[in-house]
Ligand binder design. Structure first.
Ligand code: ADP
Length: 393
């Protein structure tokens, strides 16, 4: 069965086509479009090239389309992308404005263009559905909680891939199976050797997740993907009182404050240079103090959250790095792990330097008690597997 994964941004459309023979995924093709104004013409161009390259006979040859939906009101998990999903996306469109309208529109276009092809959504929040209430509740009035304001967690497909792959690398086979079947069987009981992972997804947007025996126990992300670590141009954690204070002092409207928190904050706001980690590093190396501060704040925030989950889980067997910054920035990884010898973290500088540009590897020394691992992200594979399972159940 061929499964297409659609990754929709507000101005981009990326896709990957997998062939799921017996549930083992082989990637057949990938591609994408930037500066998109209309998904229907993207779908048409995509089908033209997939048919032209011989991967499909026609659009109907696709067994199912999977969508990495972000945040649904009162809905999570891996579900058919039907009217219920559209309503859930609509219900929280203000909370995830860069993602929810794009997915709603994309799903609608696929429904019109390829009506007979099944559409399935895997919400990014799904990986966090077993967090304890104490880990996801905010201390807000009941009436706010009734609106669904709580910590949800994002980058679920990425952290789930890390949960599975880190267990594979460290030889915890029972945990590999547990993670693979998590959305079907739930966590169940586990009594084997523990595997506690501090999972750092560091890219255009970033988050840290604590994973105990394959199941997420907490996330740096909050009600929206605007929280936690400083993101490329989104704020990350901020004391809520700063917003009314700034509105009063600078005479900003709430809409304008929100725009600045989404578009002019994060690494861009801190550095004043760019929202891209590479540009920021180059500026820091050329002596720009604000750029150096941006990287320092990111590192401090990663350590803050990883430290929190280390404490909550009573230790860790692994620290993992994934996504653009996590997979490429050896210096930042070394800085995140600096001074942790007392906890049993010992980085091997040469292994660390080599684990870049998509290379997987253990970057801690052989006798490091806590293993530090670079794992290239593979969110699409997680989605393809879940979609395949749902279609076949
Ligand atoms: P997205 O979240 O948009 O999918 P990615 O996971 O591709 O993003 O990560 C993008 C980020 O990774 C950018 O900030 C980019 O600068 C950073 N990055 C890519 N390569 C490097 C590198 N060699 N060193 C440091 N940062 C890098």
């Amino acid at each position: 069965m061929k499964i297409l994964i659609a990754n929709l941004g507000s101005t981009s459309f990326k896709y990957r086509l997998f062939d799921m023979g017996e549930g083992v995924a082989a990637q057949l093709a990938s591609g994408g479009f930037e500066r998109v104004t209309d998904y229907t013409s993207c779908i048409e161009s995509m089908l033209e090239s997939l048919v032209g390259e011989g991967h499909l006979e026609s659009g109907e040859d696709i067994g199912a389309v999977g969508f990495k939906t972000v945040l649904g009101k009162d809905l999570s998990g891996c579900v058919d992308a039907d009217e219920r999903v559209m309503q859930a996306l609509e219900g929280f469109k203000e909370v995830a404005p860069a993602h929810n309208p794009a997915y709603a529109e994309g799903i609608r276009c696929f429904a019109e263009k390829l009506p007979s092809v099944r559409r399935i959504a895997l919400f990014e929040t799904a990986f966090y559905q077993w967090m304890e209430p104490a880990a996801y509740n905010y201390a807000i009035p009941q009436s706010w909680r009734a609106l669904g304001i709580r910590r949800y967690g994002f980058h679920g497909a990425s952290h789930k891939f890390v949960a599975e792959r880190s267990a594979e690398i460290l030889g915890h086979t029972a945990i590999v199976d547990r993670v693979r079947r998590l959305y079907v069987d739930g966590p169940g009981d586990y009594s084997g050797a523990p595997l506690r992972v501090l999972s750092c997804h560091l890219g255009g947007s970033s988050s840290v997740t604590g994973i105990r025996n394959g199941v997420a126990i907490g996330t740096s992300m909050g009600f929206s993907p605007q929280s936690g670590l400083p993101q490329n141009n989104r704020v990350g954690d901020l004391d809520s009182m700063a917003i009314p204070y700034v509105c009063k002092m600078l005479g900003l409207s709430l809409d304008e404050a929100e725009r600045q928190l989404n578009k002019e904050s994060g690494l861009l706001g801190l550095s004043g240079v760019s929202n891209d980690a590479r540009d920021i590093q180059a500026a820091a190396e050329a002596g720009n103090a604000a750029a150096a501060l941006a990287t320092d704040v990111l590192i401090d925030s990663i350590r803050h959250w990883a430290g929190s989950f280390f404490f909550k889980m009573g230790g860790a067997e692994a620290i993992t790095f994934t996504a653009g910054i996590g997979e490429n920035d050896a210096e930042l990884r070394a800085a995140v792990c600096a001074g942790l010898e007392g906890l049993g973290v010992q980085i091997d500088p040469s292994a660390n330097a080599q684990a870049i540009r998509g290379a997987e590897g253990i970057i801690s020394t052989a006798d490091s008690k806590i293993k530090v691992i670079v794992i290239p992200a593979n969110e699409e594979l997680v989605i393809a597997r879940e979609v395949f399972r749902r279609v076949n159940n």
